[in-house]
Write a protein that binds this ligand. Structure first.
Ligand SMILES: *[C@@H]1O[C@H](CO)[C@@H](O)[C@H](O)[C@H]1NC(C)=O
Ligand SMILES: *[C@@H]1O[C@H](CO)[C@@H](O)[C@H](O)[C@H]1NC(C)=O
Ligand SMILES: *[C@@H]1O[C@H](CO)[C@@H](O)[C@H](O)[C@H]1NC(C)=O
Ligand SMILES: *[C@@H]1O[C@H](CO)[C@@H](O)[C@H](O)[C@H]1NC(C)=O
Ligand SMILES: *[C@@H]1O[C@H](CO)[C@@H](O)[C@H](O)[C@H]1NC(C)=O
Length: 386
């Protein structure tokens, strides 16, 4: 039964082939290389005059040797080699153009999606400060913007660490938490005291376990995003290497045999069978060890991305969770206010204020020069609390 059905499928193919067979030198009346000439010209393989008018016996063919009379010459073989090389590169480039386009498009939508996710998380965080911690909202703007810029840079390949960005953020907001939320009576801290708060934040640990938790959650999910970003640019690189690949002599000769030796016999329309074609092409790429490594790296990084993405850590969830984890941190500081203040005063001394005369609101508007320096000379107006 199986043989029967495969025979049925093969039969019409021969009929089609025979019907489309050109009247080359199979026609006994006038053996001619007319069809070969036509194909030679149409495919821009070389000059028409290089093709003989009638088949002859050519002794020095190196690729398309054949006992029968042939329409090919050594010079034509050389042209076939050049043509097959050019055609193969064109095919690879046509294919890779499509892959490139898809990779570039994916890279772009990935970038857009994460930029807007980050923007969204930043808005959330900003509104947390504006609604729940209004007293420090203004001062939190800078550190918040810097933090989300760091995150964005990290995803797209900068070599800072998420951990460092999180710690930096908490160091930067600690003076405001201390000054605006825990000890709102003090209007403006001196530069030295502010710096001391920043420096000692990791050991004072005003945010308890929450600062570390944020760093950990974000590290895991941002690493996944970063791997994806890396994989996409690696993909572009691999495609580029593939496009600039060189072919071995054996490969080119194999391709000529496959595509053009039939022309020498006047058969310009038959196509090589699929298995033969596969063999030759595999042979071609076998020699291209230079491609092996980049493609393997690429496959590896895609697998890695898949694993991380499929894991429990969802970037969207974690990014949108940032503001709730920051809220937890600040809430923790509020609950531990007296302990934190006592520890700070032990380490940094009592806060030196630059100015205690202006009320908070107008102070915020007038206290800094464009260079960010306090207007009042540090120390002159400062008073010690208690
Ligand atoms: C974030 O807020 C800005 C202004 O507050 C707004 O223009 C923007 O559309 C918001 N973005 C998102 C993603 O919500
Ligand atoms: C990033 O890495 C490069 C080399 O790997 C190094 O020269 C550069 O200083 C690093 N930048 C940062 C901000 O760590
Ligand atoms: C592609 O590769 C070639 C050489 O292999 C290199 O000169 C070129 O800069 C690369 N282009 C891109 C966009 O990577
Ligand atoms: C952070 O990770 C912990 C487990 O490590 C998890 O319990 C918590 O829900 C996560 N928080 C957010 C906001 O993703
Ligand atoms: C901040 O956290 C506290 C304690 O969990 C909670 O009561 C409060 O509603 C939170 N505020 C916001 C704005 O999420």
């Amino acid at each position: 039964m199986a043989h029967h059905s495969s025979a049925l499928r093969v039969l019409p193919l021969w009929i089609v082939l025979a019907a489309s067979m050109p009247a080359g030198f199979f026609s006994l009346k006038s053996p001619s290389c007319h069809e070969v000439k036509t194909a030679f010209q149409q495919r821009q393989i070389g000059l028409l005059k290089w093709v003989p008018d009638v088949p002859g016996t050519e002794e020095d063919l190196s690729i398309c040797q054949h006992k029968e009379p042939t329409c090919c010459t050594r010079k034509m073989e050389d042209s076939y080699q050049l043509a097959v090389r050019r055609e193969t590169i064109e095919k690879i480039q046509a294919l890779s153009m499509e892959i490139k386009y898809h990779i570039a498009k994916n890279a772009q939508s990935f970038q857009d999606a994460f930029q807007s996710l980050i923007q969204f998380a930043k808005n959330h965080t900003t509104s947390l400060f504006e609604t729940a911690y209004r007293a420090m909202a203004h001062e939190a703007t800078g550190p918040t913007a810097e933090f989300f810029t760091d995150i964005s840079l990290y995803i797209f390949g900068s070599n800072g660490s998420v951990e460092a960005a999180v710690q930096h953020f908490y160091n930067n907001i600690f003076p405001s938490v201390y000054n605006r939320l825990l000890n709102p009576g003090i209007t403006q801290l001196s530069m030295e005291f502010t710096e001391c708060l920043r420096m000692t934040r990791p050991s004072v640990n005003p945010f308890g376990p929450h600062s570390q938790a944020l760093a950990q959650n974000l590290s895991r999910s941002l690493n996944a995003a970063r791997s994806l970003s890396e994989a996409l640019s690696l993909g572009m690189e691999v495609i580029n290497i593939t496009e600039h690949v060189s072919f071995t002599r054996d490969c080119i000769q194999g391709l000529v045999k496959m595509h053009y030796c039939s022309h020498c016999q006047g058969l310009t329309l038959i196509k090589p069978c699929a298995n033969y074609c596969l063999n030759i092409v595999q042979g071609c790429f076998m020699g291209l060890t230079e491609l092996d490594h980049p493609w393997r790296d690429y496959i590896f990084s895609l697998k890695e991305v898949t694993n991380v993405m499929a894991g429990a850590h969802d970037l969207e969830f974690d990014l949108l969770g940032i503001q709730s984890q920051m809220n937890d941190s600040i809430f923790y500081a509020l609950q531990n206010g007296p302990r934190i203040t006592a520890t700070v005063n032990k380490v940094c001394g009592a806060p030196a204020e630059t100015d205690t005369y202006l009320p908070t609101e107008s102070l915020a508007a007038h206290v800094t020069t464009p260079t960010g320096k306090p207007l009042a000379p540090s120390g002159e107006l400062s008073q010690k609390r208690r």
